[in-house]
Design a protein around this ligand. Structure first.
Ligand code: HEC
Ligand code: HEC
Ligand code: HEC
Ligand code: HEC
Ligand code: HEC
Ligand code: HEC
Ligand code: HEC
Length: 399
């Protein structure tokens, strides 16, 4: 009886939502969704929609997933009898496990993480997501073991927790279910977090960085002649630490003690209310080049002595990192006018060339200690290489 009422009620609710065209954001009624910004902020929107931030997580459909699914580069051999093959069936993508030539299991690509250097995907199991054992790396244009995964046997049990989504998406809600009550077994008190699929807001969107903007949208739709921003936090009014925190939220590693969820952070908030740092900034720790741009930058003299450098000094927050190395040199030179290198340095690179290549020598590429991977049939670990944000003097490579 109760069930029938519930069914009728939910059918009624479904038909209601279908009728109204209005966008409903899973984060609640304070949010307007990125699509609503386009009409007034076309330039920013076009940049953002093409950025890595916006694609930091996405549904794992063919157009979002890199890598071969049907050529010779789509098989990973674990041993003589075990292989994992990337396969496309209709519109769906799978990692298919074969033992002695027989298909024994297949795991569907459901959500993809990353775009720039690497992609890893997850599949759903019991309302949680689990990382697939193989990821795609652009540096080798190939599939290889997901970070930390073994190369001698396939592993399917690494749960991708909410933390990953807190840096790679704009929302995900989970709730705790008491498994035991469902099974009427009071002896086992299995409490489990389950993710509500419908609450995922993929990628890092406008309101992830700018905070909820429904009021802002409604105000400006009603008052088209007002050209001064209403009901939105302006980054211009924030101090340096607040601006840094808005990026450090996701670019300062993951080793602080969590006090509040990253999802609750809004521009203007202090990161110290969210994490209790276990390490001081002046620590001589070698922070990893992966995921910790903020702490590396904070260790450099440019950051400490200029008292004004932040992420926006070099990056447009709406665009990917520029690939034009000369454009960064101009930024360096804006603070380093009249710079003179030593004769020995100038011998290694003529001054004219040097002028466009500050980054090459002072922010060199370094291997990550946190991430490495293994190709099929390879005994060796391959390095994951990123540019360090610790601006400094490094030994020059001999040419
Ligand atoms: C109906 C028009 C309209 C819509 C829709 C709209 N905005 Fe705005 N927004 C404005 C106007 C007008 C300004 C002030 C002029 C400017 O900075 O462009 C502004 C300014 C801003 C600013 C700069 C604030 C400052 O002072 O630095 C941000 C950030 C912003 N909007 C974010 C958003 C986001 C995010 C969305 C979508 C959720 C959005 N806007 C949707 C009209 C709109
Ligand atoms: C909610 C978490 C989050 C916040 C906040 C955030 N980032 Fe990111 N950022 C990421 C993730 C995740 C990636 C990796 C995206 C990918 O490649 O899939 C990334 C990538 C980048 C990249 C490289 C993009 C490319 O392809 O070249 C730059 C540059 C960057 N972020 C700068 C910033 C700056 C500046 C801010 C502050 C204004 C900021 N980020 C705020 C999570 C965040
Ligand atoms: C990674 C974080 C991030 C994302 C994502 C993001 N913004 Fe911004 N946005 C910023 C920051 C930081 C500033 C301040 C830039 C500055 O002061 O130079 C800014 C500035 C703005 C401004 C003021 C004018 C300008 O361009 O400086 C507008 C308008 C704006 N954003 C709209 C949007 C809209 C619309 C989206 C989504 C389509 C969006 N932003 C996505 C971080 C972000
Ligand atoms: C503290 C925030 C944070 C957490 C937590 C986090 N990431 Fe990331 N992740 C980043 C940032 C920032 C980048 C891009 C810059 C970099 O590599 O330094 C990135 C890069 C990546 C990339 C490569 C994207 C690219 O092409 O640059 C993948 C794949 C990825 N993360 C997956 C995951 C998974 C899976 C988890 C959970 C196990 C996770 N991340 C947890 C912040 C985070
Ligand atoms: C916002 C201003 C600013 C910007 C931008 C800037 N720097 Fe600096 N940089 C400084 C200051 C200030 C110092 C410290 C000078 C001192 O104390 O003598 C410094 C120091 C340095 C040093 C000496 C480091 C050491 O450990 O001795 C190098 C090398 C350097 N900068 C290179 C660069 C490069 C390369 C760029 C661009 C990628 C850059 N800087 C961008 C302000 C800046
Ligand atoms: C002095 C200039 C400068 C500052 C300041 C700066 N970056 Fe960068 N950033 C760069 C350069 C140069 C690259 C490398 C671009 C490339 O090699 O294609 C880069 C790349 C990145 C990447 C992509 C990772 C990679 O190696 O592909 C991320 C993420 C990033 N920056 C985040 C940040 C964040 C977050 C801040 C603030 C904490 C910041 N950056 C401050 C110059 C800077
Ligand atoms: C070929 C590598 C190389 C390139 C390219 C390069 N530097 Fe340097 N830089 C060095 C080395 C090595 C030193 C230390 C010896 C010296 O001073 O010549 C140095 C020193 C410096 C210092 C510290 C000087 C001092 O007196 O403390 C600054 C600042 C600096 N470089 C900035 C830059 C900027 C800005 C650019 C781009 C216009 C640049 N460098 C390009 C290798 C390079």
């Amino acid at each position: 009886m109760k069930k029938a009422v519930f069914l009728i009620l939910s059918l009624f609710l479904i038909s209601c939502t279908n009728k109204s065209e209005e966008y409903i954001d899973p984060r609640g009624t304070d949010y307007a969704g990125s699509e609503s910004c386009v009409q007034c902020h076309k330039t920013q929107s076009e940049m953002v929609f093409h950025s890595s931030h916006f694609k930091a997580t996405a549904p794992a459909i063919l157009e979002n997933v890199s890598g071969d699914f049907d050529s010779k580069n789509h098989t990973f051999i674990y041993d003589k009898e075990t292989k994992l093959v990337m396969e496309k069936h209709g519109d769906s993508l799978y990692q298919v496990l074969y033992k002695k030539g027989k298909e024994t299991a297949k795991y569907k690509f459901e959500i993809v993480f990353g775009t720039k250097h690497a992609q890893t995907s997850v599949y759903w199991r019991n309302n949680n997501t689990y990382e697939l054992p193989l990821s795609y790396y652009h540096s080798v244009n190939n599939w290889a073991t997901s970070p930390g995964f073994p190369a001698d046997k396939p592993y399917f049990d690494r749960m991708v927790v909410k933390d990953c989504y807190a840096c790679h998406s704009s929302n995900i809600s989970s709730r705790t279910v008491d498994q035991s009550s469902a099974e009427k077994n009071f002896m086992s008190m299995d409490i489990e977090d389950v993710i509500n699929k419908k609450t995922i807001v993929y990628g890092i969107d406008c309101e992830r960085c700018h905070g909820p903007a429904k009021k802002h949208v409604e105000f400006h739709l009603k008052n088209p002649n007002v050209k001064v921003a209403n009901s939105i936090t302006s980054f211009k009014t924030l101090n340096r630490q607040q601006k840094l925190d808005a990026c450090a939220l996701c670019h300062a590693g993951n080793d602080g003690m969590k006090l509040k969820s990253r999802f609750e952070f809004k521009p203007g908030d202090n990161l110290s209310d969210f994490f209790r740092e276990t390490r001081s900034i002046n620590d001589t720790t070698q922070f990893d080049v992966h995921g910790n741009q903020f702490r590396l930058m904070a260790q450099s003299k440019c950051f400490i002595n200029s008292e004004k450098m932040d992420c926006i000094t070099c990056h447009n927050p709406h665009e990917n990192a520029s690939k034009n190395m000369a454009s960064y040199s101009k930024i360096c030179m804006s603070c380093h006018q009249g710079l003179k290198h030593k004769e020995t340095t100038l011998k290694s690179m003529p001054e004219k060339l040097l002028a466009d290549n500050c980054v090459e020598c002072h922010m060199p590429k370094k291997a990550s200690n946190a991430i490495s991977f293994q190709l099929s049939n390879s005994k060796q670990l391959s390095n994951y290489i990123l540019r360090t944000h610790k601006i400094g003097i490094y030994p020059t490579k001999k040419k």
